[in-house]
Design a protein around this ligand. Sequence first.
Ligand SMILES: [Zn+2]
Length: 151
Amino acid sequence: MTAIDWRDGPVECVGGYGRQLRPKGAKETGKWAGTVAHKARRLCATCYERQRELTCEPQPYRMVWRWQMLADAPVLHQEYEAIADLMDVLREMGCVLAARPARRRVVHGATPFMELDYRIRDCTPAERTVLAPPQPDTPAGGTDVATVVTA
Ligand SMILES: [Zn+2]
């Protein structure tokens, strides 16, 4: 979905009730007077919740992933290693990410660890079919592809 272009003012909610939307965080004054806040997917909060109920999409919830860090490896690399391990756990739980994980903190010391904030929700039946848990005898997720990029 493309980003909403707010330059011409309010945009109509696609929920079908004719409400005019304003960007999240904008006050209901000036050109935004008489509008309702955009929730997501070009919908106001009311239509967003209505659509979620119709499609039975589960509610997301916030979690913290604590990951034991490795010695002598760049923190940025380890962040993605942590996310890769998180994906395996989510498949086993039957959950999917609802937002990109964000680094919360890195704690150095005898047992260094990293914490990531993330939001997940339960899989829909269709998602559960394509996101089966990783099998123990095969590598989890994707395939190894070597890409060489020259500047
Ligand atoms: Zn609406």
